[in-house]
Write a protein that binds this ligand. Structure first.
Ligand SMILES: *[C@@H]1O[C@H](CO)[C@@H](O)[C@H](O)[C@H]1NC(C)=O
Ligand SMILES: *[C@@H]1O[C@H](CO)[C@@H](O)[C@H](O)[C@H]1NC(C)=O
Length: 321
């Protein structure tokens, strides 16, 4: 009985192409179970999620949109002192302490109309030095559909942020997930009068989640029934001072930027692909430490400020009461 299983596994691994927005490991029959807390992401559940690091320290999230490109927010790279050479992108893991795959960055492309005050056009792309090899743990997320469906079936954000605003050391090395619900844009302008049409609001699906957590730059992903494909609808951008129950988080509306993304990718000579080569998993065996030189943040708006502040080591996260 062993031989057929091996053959099946090999066949599975060598499958020629991988689509965007799929979760082969999570949705497949072979499934690791390692949920410890209710909100901890499973291995392969968010295979497009990346950790953007500066000298080994996580500071912002991002998502894989093609083998060459990481989508994230401009405010994480506001400081001109940030050089692509200092950055690494960790892909293919939900646990930052286990032998991650590190990618080098060759350029940081912020939207040229990013407005620091209004946070309008909070979007950026990182171009990788070498292409990501896709497998069950690294999968690109699909860019949003045109036109967007009137309602999504299920939405999630995930991140490595702090889970407890009062505990500076609560930064997780395991990816945490939170279910989200997209709120009506007009309704949201009542809370955020300066909301632009390039933004969307999303709030917790479940009131019982007491921590508002995630990472700036990380993706808000949604799927539709009956398809199980995942689309990136938003990028975690900003929010009101934490502690307001029911106050939504603000996301960059990705569908307004698909042309921008495609153009940049084209101009830079690494256009987005629709088909992806799939290869077997290869990992680098290197331990990473998650200690930080900066004292962690424990106050409102920390997830927004963290990337605006000169210290790149501050964690990009948000925390509500
Ligand atoms: C809300 O979260 C709690 C705790 O994780 C869970 O027990 C409950 O089933 C959730 N409710 C819904 C509607 O998802
Ligand atoms: C962004 O999307 C919104 C909602 O679909 C639309 O009203 C607005 O005109 C778009 N803006 C740009 C610049 O595409």
């Amino acid at each position: 009985m062993i031989l057929p299983s091996i053959l099946l596994l090999v066949a599975h691994t060598l499958e020629a192409n991988i689509e965007c927005g799929v979760r082969p490991l999570y949705d497949g029959r072979i499934r690791y179970t390692r949920i410890i807390g209710g909100q901890e992401a499973e291995v392969g559940e968010f295979p497009w999620q990346v950790s953007i690091q500066d000298n080994g320290h996580h500071f912002c999230g991002g998502s894989i949109i093609s083998e060459w490109w990481i989508l994230t927010v401009a405010h994480c790279f506001y400081s001109d002192e940030i050089s692509p050479i200092e950055l690494t992108v960790i892909v293919g893991t939900s646990d930052l302490t286990t032998s991650p795959m590190e990618m080098q960055v060759t350029s940081i492309i912020r939207h040229k109309n990013f407005q620091r005050l209004t946070m309008d056009n909070d979007i950026a792309l990182l171009r990788l030095a070498t292409p990501i090899k896709f497998n069950d743990l690294t999968v690109p997320i699909c860019l949003p559909l045109h036109p967007a469906p009137s309602s999504w079936h299920e939405c999630w954000v995930a991140g490595w942020g702090v889970t407890n605003a009062d505990d500076k050391h609560s930064m997780k090395t395991d990816l945490m997930k939170v279910p989200m619900r997209i709120t009506d844009w007009k309704e949201c302008t009542k809370v955020f009068p300066k909301l632009t049409t390039n933004m969307l609001c999303a709030a917790y699906d479940n009131e019982s989640y007491d921590a508002c957590q995630g990472d700036s730059g990380g993706p808000l992903v949604c799927n539709m029934e009956p398809s199980n494909k995942w689309y990136q609808v938003g990028i975690i951008s900003w929010g009101r001072s934490c502690g307001k129950k029911g106050s939504p988080g603000i996301y960059t509306l990705v569908s307004n930027y698909t042309l921008w993304i495609e153009n940049i990718a084209q101009i830079e000579g690494k256009p987005l692909d629709t088909k992806y080569k799939k290869v077997s998993v290869k990992k680098k065996g290197r331990e990473r430490s998650q200690s930080s030189k900066c004292s962690a943040l424990g106050y409102p708006q920390s997830w927004l400020l963290s990337c605006l502040l000169p210290c790149m080591l501050l964690r990009a996260l948000y925390s509500w009461e």
